[in-house]
Design a binder for this molecule. Structure first.
Ligand code: 4NP
Length: 157
């Protein structure tokens, strides 16, 4: 089983959308499991932001998640920990170091974006719907490449 974890700040906008898009692309490949979480506890227990749900619905992507905060055991359990921006990556990397977890499993989402013009997936929380559609486009492209990367890596094992 390959375990993939998407991480943002609140776990109500970017990472649950990434989880939904990636799960949709993975489809029935039962050997890949997908989850998401936030580095903060700001929205623990909440459903994705209504604008995240509206965006997923617009692109016919099923979405179902409850926000939760990243814990050290996540870093031991998951094989790919995918951070949405520099701030999340710094927080995840610090937790990994503090818990003696190999930081090599931490990636930037946009390292898989073929149209990368910035390393960050922009935080859409304080903006309008346009920002959510922009985030969708970034995540859709990045998830394609991430899935190819994982399948390639697995085939080399
Ligand atoms: P996310 O977006 O990290 O993509 O889930 C945010 C959600 C909530 C907040 C910031 C970003 N907040 O400040 O509450």
């Amino acid at each position: 089983m390959v375990k993939v974890l998407f991480v943002c700040l609140g776990n109500i906008c970017r990472s649950p959308l990434a989880e939904a898009i990636f799960s949709h692309k993975v489809g029935d490949a039962a050997h890949i499991s997908v989850d998401s979480c936030g580095t903060s506890d700001f929205h623990t227990g909440e459903q994705p932001d209504p604008r995240t749900i509206e965006t997923a619905n617009f692109y016919n992507i099923p979405i179902s998640h409850r926000a939760r905060q990243l814990m050290p055991q996540d870093l031991r359990k998951f094989d790919y920990v995918i951070a949405m921006d520099r701030q999340n990556a710094a927080n995840v990397t610090k937790m990994a170091k503090d818990n003696k977890v190999d930081p090599e499993k931490i990636y930037f989402m946009r390292n898989f974006d073929e149209q990368q013009d910035d390393i960050n997936v922009p935080d859409p929380y304080f903006g309008g719907m346009e920002g959510f559609h922009q985030v969708y486009e970034i995540l859709d492209r990045s998830c394609d490449k991430l899935l190819k990367h994982i399948i390639q890596k697995e085939s080399e094992k």
